[in-house]
Design a protein around this ligand. Structure first.
Ligand SMILES: O=C(O)[C@@H](CO)OP(=O)(O)O
Length: 248
C-alpha cells in the first residue's frame, strides 16, 4: 500500500480577485500562505514524511509546497518542478473576473468553460502576453505543444505523461510523495486516479491549501482518500470554489 498526498496551492491574489488565472503567475495572499502553513501542520501532526515532492513551475504552487515542507521541518526534501503540472491554461479568459464574465455570457456558459470535460476556452494568439512561448521558463518546451487554451481533457493529456513517466515509477519505487499543484491539474489527476466519468468530474471542486491523502494499492488504484482538516470548513471552501463562476 502506498500513500500519496495532493495539495492545491493556497489562496492566490487572483483567487481573491476572482479572476481566471491559468498559467498567469500570481503570488499567494497572506491567507494563502496561512493555508499552506496549516497544511504543513496537519501533515506533521498526522506523521507524514516525504522522500520527494513534485510541483508546477508557478509561484503559488512552489511557495505552498515550500511553506508546508518548512512547517513540517522537511524543507530539505528534493523537489521536481515541471510545466506539465501547471494549471489548465485559461486561454483568452485569463485575467477576466469570473462573476463579471458570468454576467456577460451567463452562468451556464461560464460553468461550461470552467467545468465541462472537453470544451476549451477561446484560445489566445501567439502574440498574446498569455501565450507561454514568450516566457523564458518554457524555453526548453517545443512551442507547438505549449497551450493556447485548454479544456480539462487537454489538461489531462498533458498532465498524465508526467504522471506515467516520473511520478508513478517513483511511487512504485517506494518513494513517499507530495504533489503541490492547481485546481484543474489536480482535477485531471483525481479524475484519472478515481476513474471518474466525464459527467462526475463536472461536480469536482478542490479547495485551496488542504492536503488530500490517497491510499493506493500496488496497482495504484485508490483504497481510500480523505482531506486533512475540519470537514465542515473543507465543505464550505469547496462550495466557495464551485460558486466562483456565478453572477452576483
Ligand atoms: O482560474 C483558474 O485558473 C482556476 C483555478 O483557480 O479556476 P477555476 O476554478 O475557475 O477553474
Amino acid at each position: 500500500m502506498y500513500k500519496l498526498v495532493l495539495i492545491r496551492h493556497g489562496e492566490s491574489q487572483w483567487n481573491l480577485e476572482n479572476r481566471f488565472t491559468g498559467w498567469h503567475d500570481v503570488d499567494l495572499t497572506d491567507t494563502g500562505a496561512a493555508q499552506a502553513t496549516m497544511a504543513g501542520k496537519l501533515l506533521k501532526e498526522a506523521g507524514f514524511s516525504f522522500d520527494l515532492a513534485y510541483t508546477s513551475v508557478l509561484l503559488r504552487a512552489i511557495k505552498t509546497l515550500n511553506i508546508a515542507l518548512e512547517e513540517m521541518g522537511q524543507h530539505y526534501v528534493p523537489v521536481e518542478r515541471h510545466w506539465r503540472l501547471n494549471e489548465r491554461h485559461y486561454g483568452a479568459l485569463t485575467g477576466l473576473n469570473k462573476a463579471e464574465t458570468a454576467e456577460k455570457h451567463g452562468d451556464e456558459q461560464v460553468k461550461i468553460w470552467r467545468r465541462s470535460f472537453d470544451v476549451p476556452p477561446p484560445f489566445v494568439e501567439d502574440d498574446s502576453e498569455h501565450f507561454p512561448g514568450h516566457d523564458p521558463r518554457y524555453n526548453n518546451v517545443d512551442p507547438a505543444i505549449l497551450p493556447r487554451g485548454e479544456s480539462l481533457k487537454l489538461t489531462i493529456e498533458r498532465v498524465l505523461p508526467y504522471w506515467h513517466d516520473a511520478i508513478r515509477p517513483a511511487i512504485q519505487d517506494g518513494k513517499r510523495i507530495i504533489i503541490a499543484a492547481h485546481g484543474n491539474s489536480l482535477r485531471a489527476l483525481v479524475k484519472y486516479l478515481d476513474d471518474m466519468s466525464e459527467d462526475d468530474v463536472l461536480g469536482l471542486n478542490i479547495p485551496t491549501g488542504v492536503p488530500l491523502v490517497y491510499e493506493l494499492d500496488e496497482n495504484l488504484r485508490p483504497i481510500s482518500k480523505e482531506y486533512l482538516g475540519d470537514p465542515e470548513e473543507i465543505k464550505a471552501m469547496t462550495n466557495a470554489v464551485a460558486n466562483q463562476g456565478k453572477s452576483n
